[in-house]
Design a protein around this ligand. Structure first.
Ligand code: 9WO
Length: 234
């Protein structure tokens, strides 16, 4: 899986991908993450201008189309050189709400260019001409698309075969089955007077699996009944 992230704040990503799973995936050669500073693609050598006032007189500034188009072209060229045609993702509150199905789809694409907007957004002509999918991580406005981009890279990377030591972990991740996760416990057996559910101590795997599935369904029905409509019920 190859990522190319376009941002005005490359330093934001230094810590984000130094964690165990993503760092290990990069070290294993399963994932490559390029971070590209959009400002480097400004034609204005002196001021490296990347924003301008919006037509129509609205408040705020927009990201200019030229630096974005140049940065996208550079990312595309990186991938063209290895025979790949990347999917361009724009992180925006106006995008499709990210769910595990979209994550699975994007994980199949092999090469992703992720565009992180700032200011009040980007020139619409960039979206119309270059963006394949607009993605939101929730109905709120952040300062930019960088944090959503980190979330997307993390979620997609987890699905790349070989990234998680035990693929079963991804298989049993919340949402992988389409349901919320069952309650989970670890040692000590009694904590502040509360014991771990007996069934989990029984060693009876069939009963444990049945309890976990029942709890997942209960929690999902209570908190996210909308997910039950989509759950295949397997
Ligand atoms: C900024 C602004 C300033 C003055 C008046 C209105 C304004 N709207 C915005 C704005 O929406 N800025 C966004 C910043 C533009 C796109 C990049 N930014 C962003 C992405 N904020 N939050 C996201 C995001 C992306 C994905 N999922 C959730 C939030």
């Amino acid at each position: 899986m190859l990522f190319d992230i376009l941002t005005l704040f490359p330093a934001m990503f230094e810590g984000a991908f130094s964690d165990s799973i993503i760092k290990r995936a990069v070290e294993k050669g399963l994932v490559s993450i390029g971070i590209r500073n959009i400002r480097d693609y400004s034609s204005d050598a002196r001021h490296q201008t990347v924003d301008d006032y919006p037509y129509g007189g609205d408040a705020g500034m927009l990201m200019k189309p030229e630096p974005l188009a140049s940065a996208i072209a550079a990312a595309r060229e990186r991938f063209r050189a290895i025979g790949k045609s990347p999917t361009v993702v724009y992180m925006t509150p106006a995008g499709r709400l990210l769910d595990q199905n979209i994550v699975k789809e994007l994980a199949k694409r092999e090469t992703l260019v992720i565009l992180c907007g700032r200011y009040k957004g980007i020139d619409q002509r960039i979206i119309d001409k270059y963006v394949d999918i607009e993605v939101s991580i929730g109905d709120y406005v952040l300062s930019g698309g960088e944090i959503p981009a980190m979330a997307l890279v993390d979620a997609v990377t987890r699905l790349i075969p070989g990234v998680l030591g035990n693929m079963d972990s991804a298989e049993t991740d919340s949402f992988h089955s389409g349901l919320l996760s069952h309650p989970q416990y670890t040692r000590p057996e009694v904590f502040e007077g509360v014991s771990v559910p007996e069934v989990l101590l029984s060693g009876h795997h069939a009963n444990i699996r049945e309890w976990q599935k029942r709890k997942s369904l209960e929690i999902t029905r209570e908190r996210r009944p909308d997910l039950l409509d989509r759950h295949c019920g397997d």
